[in-house]
Design a protein around this ligand. Structure first.
Ligand SMILES: [Zn+2]
Length: 355
């Protein structure tokens, strides 16, 4: 038997083992999801969805309501695609949530994957959720069907500067600049509502300022040559990888002194440097006007808002907010607790679960 024939035999045998694997997942990890879909007439394998209970719990209890979805081609003799849903933990680390092996990226396979995800997570309808995708075939249609209340963002890397701004005035200026050099580009953007691709118009309850879909790309790159393995070999690789990453992150977050993740601390440190050049004007009752080099921004500490938009979108005080907080506590003489001004979504530990 040639090496190719041996490999092919492994892949063929894998199909007969998938049912047993699904049963084992549910026995060893009660309440986890391992769903198989076979062709109704021929009984031929179509799709396989996996999400462990620990992944679900960690996402619901600790991650921001933000999910990146994408697909990646497999390289075995039967081809296929792995669809994945990847979230972000409090420290902006990748949080693999669920995955599905299927024949290809179609409306049917995306619909099936997103329906299983919706049913398994039992996500509350009134809780905010945002998906980001590269709008591959079928994704948006499937989202509208099974996550009708979700907001969704389009990966718009080519227009990154425009999509990054949290300030609607700057956004308008960027759009005008694009129009002055490329009218077709402006017409293209005009056809997509800003809430799907520009930070300033994102749903403020999501507390995530990502504008690119590099989360699923990063997850796909972790699969490496395992993409050529049997479907079960790939699933086992992912399970082990997720298990060890969860434990590693859990150990790391137990060392966070004040509960604020290093990524958030870094952002605050950078914003602290920027806030030194601002002039502070206090108008009473927690309201400020911060004068920068080019323009002024109004800050309201009670509402936790800044005109630049960054605080509302990311959940972390921007430089204008930090300057206001420092002034406010300097005036009142009260103990400053910066954590009170950071959104719980970005200080919660999402990694207290084990796989
Ligand atoms: Zn600001």
């Amino acid at each position: 038997m040639t090496a190719f024939e041996v490999m092919l035999k492994d892949h063929i045998e894998c199909f007969s083992q998938i049912r047993g694997y699904a049963v084992m997942v549910q026995q060893c990890n009660p309440s986890s999801a391992a769903y198989i879909h076979l062709h109704t007439d021929t009984d031929i394998f179509q799709r396989f969805f996996v999400c462990f209970e620990a992944q679900k719990r960690g996402f619901i209890e600790g991650c921001r309501p933000f999910i990146s979805i994408g697909g990646c081609h497999l390289k075995g003799p039967y081809g296929g695609v792995i669809l994945s849903a990847v979230a972000l933990d409090a420290n902006s680390g990748l949080y693999p949530l669920a995955y599905c092996i299927c024949k290809g990226e179609t409306l049917l396979s995306w619909s099936w994957f997103l329906r299983q995800l919706c049913c398994f997570l039992k996500y509350l309808e009134d809780r905010p959720i945002c998906f980001i995708s590269d709008r591959q075939k079928g994704v948006i249609g499937a989202l509208k069907m099974y996550w009708p209340n979700a907001s969704w963002a389009k990966d718009e890397e080519a227009l990154l500067e425009t999509s990054k701004t949290g300030d609607k005035h700057e956004f308008k200026k960027c759009i005008q600049d694009i129009g002055s050099i490329n009218s077709q580009g402006m017409a293209y953007l005009a056809a997509i509502e800003p809430c799907h691709w520009s930070r300033h118009a994102f749903d403020k309850s999501i507390k995530c300022d990502h504008v690119t879909n590099n989360m699923t790309e990063a997850f796909n790159s972790m699969l490496k040559y395992f993409r050529a393995m049997t479907y079960l070999g790939l699933m086992e690789y992912i399970r082990r990888m997720v298990m060890s990453r969860f434990q590693q992150r859990k150990d790391e977050c137990s060392r966070w002194g004040n509960g604020v993740p290093p990524a958030v601390n870094k952002k605050i440190k950078n914003n602290s440097v920027e806030c030194k050049i601002l002039r502070t004007l206090y108008s009473g009752q927690g309201k400020y006007e911060m004068l920068g080099v080019n323009r002024a921004y109004t800050v309201n500490l009670n509402d936790k808002t800044c005109e630049c938009g960054q605080w509302q979108v990311s959940g972390v005080p921007c430089c204008h907010a930090l300057a206001s907080i420092r002034h406010h506590f300097g005036v009142s003489g009260n103990q400053c607790s910066l954590e009170d001004y950071i959104d719980p979504f970005v200080v919660q530990g999402s990694l207290s679960t084990n796989l």
